[in-house]
Write a protein that binds this ligand. Structure first.
Ligand SMILES: NC(=O)c1ccc[n+]([C@@H]2O[C@H](COP(=O)([O-])OP(=O)(O)OC[C@H]3O[C@@H](n4cnc5c(N)ncnc54)[C@H](OP(=O)(O)O)[C@@H]3O)[C@@H](O)[C@H]2O)c1
Length: 299
């Protein structure tokens, strides 16, 4: 594989034989607007997924509540039979009623149905990794016990429907509680140059060899904007998005990226973030973005 597609090296999930390239792909952008319904162009969505594989990506993040069902069905259409080393990570804990909203779905029945929906729509007998996604405050976590839903997922794991479990939108206290029930291999929380609240958590997870997978690495529904990002990008002949991804790769070796895009061109740009080297001072400047009030991020 060329240097351009080294994808940031690899990371092996703790006590598993699952090794992932550090740049993966997040499939949420493949559904229709507001993550609802079909995309305008299904062939374009299929092309993005196939390009991801041809670039060497072996980690796809998804959920059956994207669409709902549709994103997983497109993944199956594009990639089945799946490459041997492909790791599909999904998440459960919400459902989408007809009005397109996101509703908590944590009962034993909800979670069991969600696992079977994922298996059916992806065409799998067992799912590599399932994240229990807590509702929290939306895109940030809030304290509260996860014993009941995680116990259900641990039982489904014992039945062989799930290989490994992770958590999403959680606090360190919730991780500790989860670890009394089952092994946790990854945590998926919001983190990017503008949201660095999880700094201490990332270091703790790195100590435990647990993967940290930032969602909204490029700002999600509110794309990252900052004059620092722009000037660094200009000086490196790169794009601000590539700089944002390179900063994450350099932040900690347990960080795995899942930038989302519906565009082959953006996907190709994103994987090139792996070759950007950020100097110490540049990293310090980027670290400082989150501390600035929103209005000052352009000054
Ligand atoms: N656990 C959770 O609660 C949770 C929540 C949200 C997301 N996720 C996961 O995290 C993944 C990433 O999050 P995300 O997709 O919401 O947000 P993101 O990766 O931060 O950003 C995606 C946005 O950036 C744009 N973009 C991507 N590459 C670009 C580039 N090179 N240049 C310019 N614009 C670019 C995309 O538009 P284009 O389509 O036009 O490229 C899209 O609007 C999702 O796909 C999903 O798998 C998890």
């Amino acid at each position: 594989m060329s240097e351009q597609t080294n994808l940031g090296g690899t990371f092996t999930l703790p006590n598993t034989s699952i090794t992932m390239k550090r740049i993966g792909y997040g499939a949420m952008q493949l559904a229709g607007p507001n993550v609802w319904g079909a995309p305008r162009d299904v062939d374009a969505a299929v092309a993005v997924l196939r390009e991801a594989i041809s670039l060497g990506i072996n980690h796809i993040d998804t959920s059956d509540f994207y669409g709902p069902h549709i994103t997983n069905q497109i993944i199956r259409q594009a990639l089945y039979p799946y490459p041997k080393d492909l790791v599909i990570v999904t998440k459960v804990g919400a459902r989408r009623p007809e009005d397109g909203s996101w509703v908590l779905a944590m009962s034993r029945q909800d979670l069991t149905e969600a696992i079977h929906d994922n298996l059916r729509n992806l065409g799998l007998d067992t799912i590599d990794v399932v994240n229990l996604r807590l509702m929290g405050d939306g895109h940030g976590p809030s304290e509260g016990s996860l014993v009941e839903p995680l116990t259900t997922l641990a039982e489904l794991k014992k039945q062989g429907l799930i290989r490994h479990l992770g958590l999403s939108n959680v606090t360190p206290t919730q991780l500790a509680e989860a670890q009394t029930i089952t092994q946790i291999v990854c945590v998926q929380n919001q983190y990017n140059v503008a949201h660095q609240e999880d700094d201490a958590f990332i270091d703790d997870l790195a100590q435990q060899s647990i993967a940290y997978v930032p969602f909204f690495p490029l700002g999600g529904f509110t794309p990252l904007q900052s004059s620092v990002l722009e000037s660094v990008a200009k000086s490196l002949d790169a794009t601000p998005m590539q700089v944002a991804l390179a900063w994450l790769l350099q932040r900690s070796p347990n960080i795995l990226l899942i930038p989302g895009t519906s565009s082959v061109e953006h996907l190709r740009q994103n994987v090139k973030a792996a070759v950007l080297q950020l100097e110490q001072q540049t990293v310090a400047d980027l670290n400082a973005i989150a501390a600035k009030p929103l209005a000052d991020r352009f000054s």
